[in-house]
Design a binder for this molecule. Structure first.
Ligand code: DC
Length: 222
């Protein structure tokens, strides 16, 4: 069973993925991590994010364990890591270099401890269109920029980060613009994706809407 969940930042993809992964015993790949790893590596080594060649070199050498190690850095999930990821992910060569690592994850789905999983959940921007066009179920989860900025702002404040709602909103809008207007694999719903706007929905509303879709796909596969 392969499920792809695409959509803009802070739309609720992560929470939904975690729920589905646990319920259906699916291994989870948050594909934004590959771009965050490359972006953060650029920041940590003092590279200008415009240096496409250097970003490509880092992407070509990135390994899964290295990405997991970088994920513990405090800026991996911060706006610094997010912005850097958004910039380097616009380079087609960087995307190409990180493609195999993402696609291969579905070949032998396992959990972090090495035990086998029933399938995979991919979360990202292009997982239903590029990474796994043959997925069993494709979801595109979205919400208004204001609602997403409010959610992200609350997360940052809870983590003790120093920011303002206005700054987070500006960042959300800039990232949407970059992620959806880039030439390589722009963020967009796959033609066969189910689109859900979570602006006025709670996480349990979203789960209630999606569960019958997952169950139907599982029954088809029996
Ligand atoms: O989901 P996230 O916030 O961790 O993603 C960080 C950036 O990575 C996002 O702004 C765009 C890029 N990204 C991408 O281009 N394709 C993906 N499949 C996932 C993320």
């Amino acid at each position: 069973m392969i499920i792809t969940i695409d959509g803009p930042a802070a739309a609720g993809k992560g929470t939904l993925s975690a729920h589905l992964a646990k319920t259906y015993k699916l291994a989870y790949f948050d594909t934004g991590m590959v771009y965050r790893a490359v972006g953060l590596q650029m920041v940590l080594t003092g590279e200008n994010l415009e240096n496409k060649q250097q970003a490509l070199k880092i992407a070509e050498n990135l390994t899964f364990p290295q990405m997991m190690e970088l994920s513990h850095h405090p800026d991996f999930r911060s706006d610094i890591g997010g912005r850097a990821a958004s910039v380097v992910s616009a380079y087609p060569e960087v995307r190409q270099a990180l493609l195999a690592m993402q696609k291969n994850f579905a070949l032998n789905p396992i959990f972090a401890d090495g035990t086998p999983a029933n399938g995979v959940i991919y979360d990202g921007r292009d997982t239903g269109t590029v990474i796994c066009p043959n997925a069993d179920l494709k979801l595109f989860i979205t919400a208004s920029a204001e609602v997403r900025a409010e959610r992200r702002y609350k997360e940052y404040i809870a983590k003790g980060m120093d920011t303002t709602y206005e700054k987070v909103l500006e960042d959300v809008i800039a990232r949407d613009e970059r992620d959806s207007k880039r030439s390589a694999a722009p963020m967009k719903p796959a033609e066969d994706a189910v689109i859900i706007d979570t602006s006025y929905l709670s996480i349990s509303d979203v789960i209630n809407e999606i569960t019958p879709l997952v169950e139907a796909r599982l029954n088809q596969k029996k």
